[in-house]
Design a binder for this molecule. Sequence first.
Ligand code: ADP
Ligand code: MG
Length: 350
Amino acid sequence: MKSTNPTRLSLTNALLVFAFYSLISLIISKSGFNGEFLWLVWTISGVMMFAFVFFIFRYTLEKFIYQKIRLIYKTIYNLKRKKGARVEKESYDKNTIESVTQEVLEWGEKKKLEIEELRKTETYRREFIGNIYHELKNPIFNIQGYVLTLLDGGLEDPNINREYLLRTEKSINRMIAIVEDLETISNLETAQIRMKMEVFDTHALCQDVFEFLEIKAKKRKKELTFGAKYDKGIQVMADPKWIRQVLVNLIDNSIKYGRSKDGKTVVSFFDMDEQILIEVTDNGEGIAPGDIPRVFERFYRTENAHSRDKTGTGLGLSIVKHIIDAHDQTINVRSRVGVGTTFAFTLRKS
Ligand SMILES: Nc1ncnc2c1ncn2[C@@H]1O[C@H](COP(=O)(O)OP(=O)(O)O)[C@@H](O)[C@H]1O
Ligand SMILES: [Mg+2]
């Protein structure tokens, strides 16, 4: 019953019923029954006819419907089955139609969610490309302007030639910073980078980062300190190279967005059963409640940040979030405008 369709099936059934009916009529007419026996013969033939029609319809309907359902079922089942998984024996019981309906509905629901997710990613991707374009456009056009001015005679003008070259270099450095951050994000997202977990002292690592950022902090009159004395060190299990990057980004932000007078960054460690909580706190301008959920987004910068600091790419916190995620740990932020900001993240205790 491979290539059946409703018309052909009905036709076959009708022909079979017709043939059966003709056969019975023929037998009765030939047999010569008459009188009182005739009604009995017709009753028996009627019952036989009834049974015949019942079974033949039941058989074909079942075959036909199950054949179609089996196809749907198999398609969905194969789509649902993970690659390489063993194929389970199909079972068709009386409830096949109901269970297939249920499965189709569930499957449809799942697909709908998947499509929504894909759409969101697609929007995100489009916005991301738009942002890259927007961020790179400025330095490129700036460089073009400086170079054109220099070529138009500025090169011979000692008042501007050096200045314009310095500005060009600044724009180039900005482009390099953006491209490097993008590369880091891309590598972290495509999981090309694996965290190399090892035991190390985060307190010592943080001390090292303080020294690395000392000049920048001094220039902006910011003080970098620890919340307490941690003489014994703070041992954690993580990738020191990437945790260093986290600390650099967070402390760098606290310097950039810290208070211009008496600015202070404090790093504290807290022992929590299986984890160490690390907090980077500043007494800077703070982040408005509406901006807090968005600061980890790529390229997101608050209005103030935009106008005050031109060295940022808006990618630093996004990188931080990726690194902490890759460690299966969490990061969050609390902040009050005019009071300060605290970024807190966890690491596995060793
Ligand atoms: N310590 C902080 N205090 C106030 N605002 C901050 C702080 N850290 C981050 N932000 C806000 O979050 C935004 C995103 O930070 P980030 O991703 O590091 O980008 P960038 O430092 O390049 O501006 C910043 O532009 C700023 O608006
Ligand atoms: Mg930053």
